[in-house]
Design a protein. Structure first.
Length: 121
């Protein structure tokens, strides 16, 4: 195997597209936080439809709600690094949201073959 096996943590952050932090999109602020902490990776996914506690359906088919679609920010790194982010996220997510945490087995490819000695063989 050319990749390196890793035990990581997957954090999913569920927010709405219209959510703000310091007068800018919350998802952008979350990505900036991750980059400033040198997190391994973070990606924002925009949903086609969804609902949360209020039960209000947000959908790209409803014009007035199409600008407030659900977003999921997925963040992957070591458990300790994810734990470092939680206090800041707690301050940033003020208008509702959800964070889930899962253990993750990953294989990381860097574009360069891993030497056998690095795999522990």
């Amino acid at each position: 195997m050319h990749g390196k096996k890793l035990d990581l943590k997957l954090m999913r952050i569920y927010v709405d597209e219209a959510d703000k932090h310091d007068h800018r999109p919350l998802y952008t602020a979350i990505l900036d936080l991750c980059r400033s902490h040198h997190v391994m990776g973070a990606t924002v996914f925009k949903a086609v439809a969804g609902y949360a506690n209020s039960g209000t359906l947000h959908s790209d088919r409803l014009l007035r709600l199409a600008i407030d679609l659900p977003l999921v920010v997925e963040v992957v790194d070591r458990e300790e690094k994810i734990a470092e982010l939680l206090p800041a996220l707690d301050e940033m997510i003020t208008h509702g949201g959800l964070i889930t945490l899962e253990a993750l087995k990953a294989i990381r490819y860097t574009g360069h073959p891993v030497e056998r000695s690095e795999e522990g063989e």
